[in-house]
Write a protein that binds this ligand. Structure first.
Ligand SMILES: Cc1ncc(COP(=O)(O)O)c(C=O)c1O
Length: 290
């Protein structure tokens, strides 16, 4: 039997149902997080919860629990579901109220839902890399909020899926922003370049871990806008996300990146990223370089 969290209580997953007038269901009026679990432990949980609160603040919802309480709830859920390797999905919406665009009065309580999923690491793709396409970024101007409204992202991802690609890399005019569910990095002459964390991208937790690792290992990084031309001319390209980790990109729109194999800088980052996981969550059974 599997369990889920519904409004602060752990209940049987099959019993976890939401009202048809939940504002998340009707308007996408809420925010979410996805947290990776390795060896039954959450990776970068504090960073994810801080971003969750930041997203909530941006749309005027107050987290109805303390951070400690929410962390404990998530830990209890992992234990109840006996989750070793997988993800936690968690969302909060503005709550249940008769449909009306304007926010309801303060006495409507936000709805919290969380559940777990078993998921292996994508080791094959991490070893050989993935294919991608580029597509115009048609999303709104607050991509820094991890909003439930994902239509722009879904349309981009679907375009990629239809041609057998893993990810769609979005651009606004000449400027590359981010993937439909990932941050994008290029490597040129040993320098790593990635879009600055502003309103046009989601400030990835994985991106932040990568930037910290680069700083500790004296790998030069520029956080700045880069163009499609720079992107197509890069020595290496990779993407990052909670579920995809540090994922080499070997093809863009049918053209090989470099020699079409994961590059040396990307591989070194993958190794350092695995070390970060092991520091927080204990030894990994299978590694990329095994
Ligand atoms: C649009 C977008 N950008 C970036 C990311 C990467 O963020 P994180 O590393 O926190 O998973 C995601 C993750 O889902 C995303 O949806």
């Amino acid at each position: 039997m599997k369990f889920a969290i519904l409004n602060g209580k752990i209940i049987e997953r099959s019993e976890a149902k939401v009202d048809i007038e939940d504002r998340g269901y009707q308007f996408g009026d809420g925010v979410y997080e996805v947290i990776r679990v390795y060896n039954g432990k959450m990776f970068t949980v504090t960073e994810h919860l801080n971003r969750f609160v930041k997203s909530l603040d941006s749309i005027g919802i107050t987290l109805p629990y303390t951070m400690d309480h929410l962390t404990k709830l998530l830990e209890d859920l992992i234990a109840k579901n006996n989750l070793q390797l997988g993800t936690i999905y968690m969302q909060i919406t503005r709550g249940v109220t008769p449909r009306n665009h304007a926010f309801p009065s303060e006495n409507v309580s936000p709805s919290l839902v969380a559940y777990t999923k078993e998921a292996a690491r994508p080791l094959e793709n991490l070893k050989i890399g993935v294919k991608t396409i580029v597509t115009e970024d048609i999303r709104w101007l607050r991509c820094d909020i991890k909003s439930l409204n994902l239509l722009g992202n879904l349309l981009a991802k679907q375009k990629a899926a239809e041609v057998g690609c893993f990810e769609a890399i979005q651009h606004r005019g000449q400027d590359v922003t981010e993937g439909s569910s990932s941050n994008i990095f290029i490597v040129k002459n040993g320098m790593i370049i990635t879009h600055q964390s502003d309103n046009l991208i989601l400030k990835g937790i994985t991106k932040d871990v990568i930037l910290q690792v680069c700083e500790r290992n004296s790998i030069p990084v520029e956080e700045r806008t880069f163009t499609l031309d720079e992107f197509m001319d890069a020595d290496e390209v990779f993407l990052s996300s909670t579920t995809a980790e540090v994922m080499p990109i070997i093809e863009v729109d049918g053209k090989k990146v470099g020699d079409g194999l994961p590059g040396p800088v990307t591989k070194r980052l993958q190794e350092w990223f695995e070390q970060e996981i092991e520091k927080q969550c204990g030894a990994l059974q299978d590694k990329i370089l095994n």
